[in-house]
Design a protein around this ligand. Sequence first.
Ligand code: SF4
Ligand code: SF4
Length: 207
Amino acid sequence: ISGKGGTGKTSLTSSFIQMADNCIACDYDVDASNLPILLKPQKVSSHDFSAGYTAHIDQESCISCGLCAELCRFDAISQEHQVLPLSCEGCGFCEKICPVEAITMYPRSSGHWFEGVFNQKQKLFFADLRPGEENSGKLVAQVKTRAREIADTEQTQLIIADGPPGIGCAVISSMVEVDLIVLVTEPSRSGFHDLQRVYQLMQLRGI
Ligand code: SF4
Ligand code: SF4
């Protein structure tokens, strides 16, 4: 990790992976995974990632009382009683207050995670969070969990992961249950500033 994008994390991680005798590779930058560009894996499986919900209105049951549109604090329901998916935060409040139970919450697909193979037999786990979706930390946890399962099954001792930039949820999730973190920076004021922030985050988490 680095706290800042563009410092060379992916290049360094890729080098470590190529030098390791046997390891499982992961890309925890679920917003913009670049490790697959360097390792060129062949995708062997793709999995939907759902985190959060979207409201749906059954138009046949709706009595057009307008309560949901009036009370949704995210303005996610139109005056025509249609849910605006990009605005819906999935809080479920409208489902609770609809007098005729016309609203149902459905899991929302937020992205995908993938298993790939490179160098003929090495595994790479990576993901793709849809633009604007939240829950990047959960998606990192999903990728990490699967990588650890495979590592246990195949008795692989080493998982090497490329971390995300910043100090947000994805970075915090990346830090969970790791043995070693490598901080990568660049000789610039912003690089040093962001390095200090991510280092403070590590200290807060006792790493
Ligand atoms: S609260 Fe229920 S009945 Fe009223 S407009 Fe919304 S969906 Fe229709
Ligand atoms: S789930 Fe929440 S955000 Fe979405 S439409 Fe209902 S009240 Fe609005």
